[in-house]
Design a binder for this molecule. Structure first.
Ligand code: MYA
Length: 494
């Protein structure tokens, strides 16, 4: 996912523009009035049934020091559940757990500790470690029946080609998906965007998984998705699903529904013969393969300041700030143009070669490349530079992901372009990305966001990007390999 880790902390530039400071908040209180008591009981049953067999000895007392530690862990868990103290629920909890370190932090993840992922305290430096954690489960041993839902709730496979279903997904996410820590902005993935994100070649309807509430007329209350892909991890091709859009309605939060969603999608994916996954999240879970940062380039600094995304720096006037971020009307490179279907073979080859240089990247075939990179109005923009004899030398692209500006009088939407896949061979990456900024401004983006992945460090500072206030963690499921730096990452998830 494109984590909403917005708000510019600082522009590493002569005239820094700081955002309002971001205090961690408990965003995950279930504030709902919906009947949930029986759901909780049901969910406990679901979890007990769903958890894989505990390793021998797990859960048994191993002496008094272990007991003492268990009490501490219980207390930590209670504090987490109640959202109190410095270990308040939500993303701050996970991050805090991350810094507790070693065994303790690894032990408090009731769900994640049961999953084939490295423990948080586990350091993996050896680049020769690169393989599965659990072997594939033989087909005849796979669970055939779906995990049990709490009473009144039911699984629902969502047909994303139906506009009516897409509208339901849109509404769930628009009202309940990722917010920043201060609840000022919430992702507002458009319906055409969601359709694009969920229907790449060979997508599987069974991986677009919803939970409906029978008591409220079948209302969509939770969601998780997977799309099939091939990842290359340190030279090894791995069939994976990209997991995204995990969302539980605000009224059903902290009831352990998320683990059930994850287990059910894992079951469905396993049934299709896939045992690995890749995903990103703002929270720290066991265990990131890489920890990346978002950077933000103001395109409409006045609006960004008005909505509290960034703020006017001391000694900077609005006029000077606007001037600082001003861009030319047109790209510097006259041969930069929108990508068209006829460009696919050459642009695909250009990107495939470039991506092969990263430790974690997608292996896209031409059809997948066409799906992901060809322009779609309001969803994805892609540009190429060609030579007079028809060679494609450069490619840049960004996707459109607006956010709702929560409770603002004047502005409802923050229009953000997110850097996607870029390759520069006839110019520097900085020159190419400067043109990408101009193109983003031309389609009315307010801000251009980029992770510090791939070779993006080459341009972030010079093009006046400011660092955001959060991290985006990259994860592999059921795969163990040495940690990666942001510059090792050649994969962008939406
Ligand atoms: S990342 C985007 C996630 N979505 C949001 O942030 C939207 C707003 N938040 C919500 O909707 C809820 O707060 C969510 C949690 C749904 C996130 N990834 O049900 P709970 C663990 C994985 O009581 P809730 C994206 O979409 C948490 O550590 N796990 O909590 C990629 C705890 O486990 P443990 C997460 O707040 C998703 C448990 O859930 C996340 O009501 C990749 C608590 O459950 C998170 N982002 O709901 C999913 N947040 O006790 C994994 C919390 O162990 C895919 N948790 O710490 C794995 C691969 C599966 C396929 C494998 C195939 C082979």
């Amino acid at each position: 996912m494109a984590e909403l880790v917005d708000k510019v902390d600082k522009v590493e530039d002569p005239a820094p523009a700081l955002s309002k400071s971001s205090k961690k908040k408990n965003k995950k209180k279930a504030g709902g009035k919906e009947p949930v008591a029986s759901e909780e009981a049901g969910e406990a049953a679901v979890v007990a049934e769903a958890a894989p067999a505990a390793p021998a000895g797990a859960g048994e007392s191993q002496g008094s020091s272990r007991q003492g530690r268990d009490e501490v862990l219980q207390l930590v868990e209670q504090m987490r559940q109640s959202g109190s103290g410095s270990l308040g629920a939500s993303s701050s909890t996970a991050a805090d757990r991350g810094v507790v370190g070693g065994e303790l932090s690894a032990s408090v993840h009731k769900f994640w500790d049961t999953q084939p992922v490295p423990k948080l305290g586990e350091r993996i430096d050896d680049v020769d470690v690169n393989g599965v954690i659990e072997e594939n489960i033989p087909a005849d041993k796979l669970r055939r029946e779906p995990f049990k839902m709490p009473e009144g709730f039911a699984w629902s496979e969502l047909e994303v080609t139906s506009e009516a279903i897409l509208a339901e997904i849109y509404t769930l996410l628009n009202e309940n998906y990722v917010e920043d820590d201060d609840a000022m902005f919430r992702f507002d993935y458009s319906m055409p965007f969601l359709k694009w994100a969920l229907t790449p070649p060979n997508y599987t309807k069974e991986f677009h998984l919803g939970v409906r509430n029978a008591r409220s007329g079948g209302k969509l209350m939770a969601f998780i998705t997977g799309v099939p892909a091939t990842a290359v991890v340190r030279g090894k091709k791995v069939r994976v699903v990209e997991i995204n859009y995990l969302c539980v309605h605000k009224k059903l939060r902290t009831k352990r529904l998320a683990p059930v969603l994850i287990k059910e999608i894992t079951r469905r994916v396993n049934l299709k013969g896939i045992f690995q996954a890749v995903y990103t999240a703002g929270v720290v879970l066991p265990k990131p393969v890489a920890s990346c940062r978002y950077y933000h380039r103001s395109l409409d600094p006045k609006k960004l300041i008005e909505i509290g995304f960034s703020r006017l720096m001391p000694r900077m006037t609005m006029a000077r700030t606007i001037k600082l971020y001003k861009l030319p009307e047109s790209p510097a490179h006259s041969r930069l143009r929108a990508m068209v279907p006829a460009d696919v073979p050459k642009a695909h080859a250009l990107l495939a070669k470039y991506l092969s240089t990263f430790a974690l990247a997608p292996a896209l075939d031409a059809e997948e490349f066409a799906h992901w990179v060809l322009p779609r109005p309001g969803v994805i923009d892609a540009f190429v530079v060609d030579t007079p004899d028809g060679e494609i030398t450069d490619l840049c692209s960004f996707y459109h992901l607006p956010s709702t500006v929560i409770g603002h009088d004047k502005h409802n939407t923050l229009k953000a372009g997110y850097s996607f896949y870029n390759v520069a061979t006839s110019m520097t990456l900085k020159e190419l990305m400067r043109d990408a900024l101009i193109c983003a401004k031309r389609v009315d983006m307010d801000v251009f966001n980029a992770l510090n992945i791939m070779e993006n460090d080459q341009f972030l500072k010079d093009l006046k990007f400011g660092i955001g206030d959060g991290h985006l963690q990259y994860y592999l499921y059921n795969w163990k390999c040495a940690e990666m730096t942001p510059a090792d990452i050649g994969l962008v998830l939406l």
